[in-house]
Design a protein around this ligand. Structure first.
Ligand SMILES: [Fe+2]
Ligand SMILES: [Fe+2]
Length: 191
C-alpha cells in the first residue's frame, strides 16, 4: 500500500473503531510526536506518523493470540520477548501492519517491530518512533521532560537518556532487561 494522505486517514478511522479508546489516543499522540520529530530530524514525517499510529495495534491481545499470529511471521520474537510480559505486541503489530494493512516499507515495519525493546541497528525512523512512544505528551515520569527536550535537539542524546531511564526503571521492577537496550546504550557511549 502506498503511504498517501488518504490511506493514512483511512487507517486512522479504522483504528478509531477498533482500538480501546486509551490505546487509540496514545497511538495518536505517539504518531503526532513521531511526525514532529521526523520534521526536526529530516526523516519522513508521514511514515513516522503511520508507524506511531500502528505501533500498539496489538496491545492488550491475549498472549495465545499473539503467539499464534507470530507463528509463521518473519518477525519472530526472541527468547526474552517470549517470556510472560508485554513485549509480544510489538512484533505482532509489525505483522499486522504488513499483512492486514499491506504495508511493505521495511523501515516502517522495523520501527514498529522494535518499539518496545529498541534496536541498536535502528535507522533514524526507528529511533524516532521508539522515542515518540516514550515522550508523547501524556507520558509522565521523572526524566520525561529532559528526554523530550533532548529529542528536539539530538536524537542520540535523547536515546541515551531514555535508555538510562528505562534500565533504571526495569532494575527497580526487578524484571529481566532485554539485551538490546544495553547494547544500544553501550553503542551510544561509544563502547
Ligand atoms: Fe507498545
Ligand atoms: Fe505505545
Amino acid at each position: 500500500m502506498v503511504i498517501s494522505e488518504k490511506n493514512v486517514s483511512n487507517i486512522r478511522k479504522q483504528l478509531a473503531g477498533e482500538l480501546k479508546p486509551e490505546i487509540y489516543r496514545h497511538s495518536l499522540r505517539t504518531a503526532e510526536t513521531a511526525r514532529e520529530l521526523a520534521k526536526i530530524h529530516q526523516s519522513a514525517p508521514q511514515k513516522a506518523y503511520l508507524a506511531g499510529l500502528l505501533h500498539d495495534y496489538c496491545r492488550g491481545w491475549p498472549r495465545e493470540r499473539l503467539l499464534k499470529l507470530l507463528q509463521d511471521s518473519r518477525w519472530q520474537p526472541d527468547r526474552w520477548e517470549r517470556q510472560p510480559g508485554r513485549l509480544l505486541h510489538a512484533p505482532a503489530a509489525a505483522e499486522m501492519a504488513e499483512k492486514k494493512f499491506n504495508l511493505t516499507d521495511m523501515s516502517l515495519l522495523r520501527a514498529i517491530r522494535y518499539h518496545t525493546i529498541s534496536n541498536p541497528q535502528s535507522d533514524r525512523l526507528g529511533m524516532i518512533v521508539y522515542l515518540a512512544d516514550k515522550i508523547e505528551p501524556d507520558r509522565e515520569y521523572f526524566e520525561a521532560e529532559e528526554i523530550k527536550k533532548l529529542a528536539g535537539e539530538d536524537l542520540n542524546q535523547a536515546l541515551l537518556a531514555s535508555a538510562d531511564s528505562t534500565i533504571r526503571y526495569l532494575l527497580d521492577c526487578k524484571v529481566i532487561i532485554h539485551p538490546n537496550i544495553i547494547i544500544l546504550r553501550n553503542n551510544l557511549l561509544g563502547g
